[in-house]
Design a protein around this ligand. Structure first.
Ligand code: CA
Length: 238
């Protein structure tokens, strides 16, 4: 049976500095079962995108602190989150189209909020097939693609660096990334991630983690693993 409302619980990030427009969009999206979060400027938009991983972003172009185009470029450098750009009539549209910067759609102000919601649904339908195959977990600047077995680091505005990890290191990292901040006992990491190695001792966990930590640091991702005294380790989202 198909889900009668596939948009239920989808998170939409609304980036808009005009409170009234923001309010209207929130109302219409929530009425259709979406969850919403808003950002009034470009910097906050990027922060929310990193930490909340919205399913779709509605992005105004003229924004304080960082404009919509720069926010779009930044998001595109590290993810495929669907983005609908909002532009004022005639103002930025040509530039946007010419730059072909990777927005999935655009709407022109003044818009009908129903139309924005409809476009968002269309974009989500179109992209959900390919999105489902990318099973990536994000922790801070780390991206762990559990279908491709790839770990990469993407610092602000930089191209992602792939990190060469062993299968065990990958299991440890992806396991711990499912609950950042949680303190994992060595025994748990041993049972879950090193089960193939029956001779492995708890100190084997230390050795894997110290190698992993070094590889991350070499790629510029420092401070992710924290030792928890008498317990084991935690992965910090920073
Ligand atoms: Ca604006």
């Amino acid at each position: 049976m198909t889900n009668p409302n596939p948009d239920e619980n989808r998170l939409v990030l609304i980036v808009e500095d005009e409170p009234q427009i923001c309010e209207i969009l929130m109302t219409y999206f929530e009425r259709e079962g979406f969850r919403t979060v808003t950002a009034r400027d470009g910097e906050l938009a990027l922060m929310h995108h990193r930490s909340l991983r919205p399913d779709i972003v509605i992005l105004d172009i003229n924004l304080p602190k960082r404009d919509g185009q720069s926010v779009l470029a930044e998001i595109r450098s590290r993810s495929q989150t669907p983005i609908i750009m909002v532009t004022a009539l005639g103002q930025d549209l040509e530039k946007l189209l010419a730059l072909n910067m990777g927005a999935d759609d655009y709407v022109v102000k003044p818009f009908n909020p129903l139309e924005v919601v409809a476009r968002a649904k269309t974009v989500l339908r179109r992209t959900s097939g390919s999105m489902n195959q990318i099973e990536a977990i994000r922790v801070g600047d780390l991206e762990i693609d559990t279908s491709a077995y790839i770990v990469s680091v993407s610092a602000f505005g930089k191209v992602a660096t792939q990190i060469d990890v062993t299968a065990t290191e990958f299991r440890i990292l992806s396991h711990m990334a499912q609950a950042p901040q949680k303190a994992y006992a060595r025994s748990e990491i041993l049972d879950t991630c090193l089960s193939e190695d029956s001779d492995a001792l708890e100190r084997t966990v230390d050795s894997h983690i110290s190698k992993l930590r070094r590889k991350l640091e070499d790629a510029g991702a420092t401070g992710y693993f924290e030792s928890v005294r008498g317990v084991g380790y935690r992965l910090k989202s920073r």
